[in-house]
Design a protein around this ligand. Structure first.
Ligand code: GAL
Length: 360
């Protein structure tokens, strides 16, 4: 079985490494300098994961690693077999953004048996000791930022209300879903309790509001059902959405129901990921807000971590205790999110996340 120390000692065949170089490797890396890293991303259906994949590859290549980037098309089984294949190809480390956080137990045992380091990328992998580190954003903070936006824009702290709100959450099998929801509810709950926020659908529990695979169309259908069933003469004032794809689905449902025209303004709608279509929607005054997470920095953090591990250096972490995956506390590096709306979207241009022309 391939051992990462063997790679470091330069005893792994170049043929084996070049088998890992397609789709992200450029064949130019000096294999004796680095090693090979498998990158398993969840889906190509959203901009953000395309940026993540590209950025992780770039960050690793600049450090002399070969890379093999795969996308699991949001199918947990596909992702498991892709990871199996990466292990068989002899990668030295795996960077994984899981589709279903609980589906990787068996395959990560194989990785451990092959002495392959595993980084849980953005989403914490649960229920296994075979995950070495976690790199992500402060996800509970993301939820707080979204809720804070709604509270501020509705003037809830000035005693305004009552307002109607609907709540959306992410995929139930993504551990981040709970962080986002808990972070938001920590701020929104007092206003639900004092009646200044009302949820006409009555759907306030996490298991009532999740959106499988974060799918925008699923969210659109749910919003349409809610509007038909629970609104009548009432109007929606705010929608808590944890992710831009969901926000756009919710917007479509609202527009089909006549919001955004004829004296019926669109509600406040939050989001996350600063996806191009959503940023354009924000500029056009439709979606209200998004949470910008510079995933290029996340990619750098993951690459630095891999580089440290493969050079037998202890990676620096921000939090060694709180990210418990049910079996162990996974040492974590956490980056900070930024709230973006119509007033400050130029931060995306200044940080070169988008060009001016892209936002036109
Ligand atoms: C989450 C991630 C969010 C968003 C969502 C849907 O795990 O933290 O930023 O991308 O997946 O892809």
């Amino acid at each position: 079985m391939l051992n990462r120390r063997a790679v470091l000692a330069g005893t792994v065949s170049l043929a084996l490494l070049s088998a890992c170089s397609d789709n992200g490797g450029d064949g130019s890396a000096d294999a004796s300098k680095g090693g090979a890293v498998g990158i398993a991303m969840p889906t190509r259906a959203s901009d953000r994961w395309l940026t993540d994949g590209k950025s992780v590859v770039q960050s690793l290549k600049s450090r002399g690693y070969k890379t093999k980037l795969v996308y699991g098309d949001d199918d947990p089984k596909t992702q498991v077999s892709q990871i199996k294949e990466l292990i068989e190809q002899g990668v030295d480390a795996l960077i994984i953004a899981a589709i279903d956080n609980r589906s990787l137990d068996a395959v990560l045992q194989r990785a451990a048996d092959a002495d392959i380091a595993v980084i849980s990328y953005d989403r914490l992998i649960l229920g296994t000791r075979n995950v070495d580190y976690y790199v992500s954003f402060d996800n509970e903070m993301v939820g707080r930022v979204q809720a804070h936006y709604i509270i501020e824009k509705l003037g809830l702290e000035d005693g305004k209300g009552p307002f109607n709100i609907e709540l959306f959450a992410g995929s139930h099998d993504d551990n981040n879903t709970k962080y986002f929801f808990d972070g938001s509810m920590a701020l929104l709950q007092p206003f639900l309790d004092n009646g200044k926020l009302v949820v006409p659908s009555g759907q306030t529990e996490l298991d009532q509001i999740t959106t499988l695979r974060w799918d925008g169309r699923t969210a659109q259908r749910r919003m349409s059902r809610i509007l038909a069933k629970s609104y009548g003469d009432r109007k929606v004032d705010a929608v808590l959405s944890p992710y831009d794809g969901i926000s756009r689905g919710v917007l479509s449902a609202l527009k089909s129901a006549g919001y955004g025209s004829g004296g019926r303004p669109l509600p406040i709608i939050t989001g996350q990921d600063a996806e191009l279509d959503s940023v354009k929607s924000i500029i056009a005054g439709q979606q209200s807000q998004t949470v910008y997470k510079d995933v290029r920095q996340l990619a750098q953090a993951a690459a630095t971590m891999v580089d440290d591990i493969l050079h037998e250096r202890e990676p620096e972490v921000d939090n060694g205790t709180d990210y418990d995956n049910g079996v162990k506390a996974v040492p974590a590096v956490l980056l900070q999110p930024t709230s973006v709306d119509k007033t400050n979207y130029d931060v995306l241009v200044k940080s070169e996340y988008f060009t001016d022309a892209q936002l036109k």
